[in-house]
Design a protein around this ligand. Structure first.
Ligand code: ZN
Length: 119
């Protein structure tokens, strides 16, 4: 079951308020799609972007996400979706840190963090 907010994000491409869900993660683990459970991001690739949304410089596998052009709100952005269940996750921008220079700006409410010792 999805909460109303999770439904808004995953199905209607909504965006959570900044600071909603930043995951204060210090150990090693995996961020999964909260809807279908596929592995999306590794804690190694998480960085503090200062935006208020969880940010990563690359997905666990390019096969696990779909990136597509999003022209909504009068901007050209690249939307990031779950490759398995097609849930909207967030957007990817070209102002991230090395080694990729990418910033995957993801809604924390659609992620489920699993520490390494629980995998
Ligand atoms: Zn999914």
């Amino acid at each position: 079951m999805l909460t109303k907010e999770q439904y808004e994000i995953t199905t209607r491409k909504g965006t959570e308020a900044p600071g909603t869900c930043l995951f204060d993660v210090h150990g090693v683990g995996i961020f999964r799609c909260m809807r279908c459970g596929i592995d999306l991001f590794h804690s190694f690739t998480k960085f503090d972007s200062g935006t208020g949304w969880p940010s990563y410089y690359q997905p666990i596998s390019p096969l696990n996400v779909v990136e597509q052009s999003d022209m909504s709100l009068g901007m050209v952005r690249t939307e990031v979706l779950c490759a398995r269940c097609n849930s909207h996750l967030g957007h990817v921008f070209d102002d991230g840190p090395p080694p990729t220079g990418k910033r995957y700006c993801i809604n924390g409410l659609v992620l489920k963090y699993v520490p390494e010792n629980k995998l």
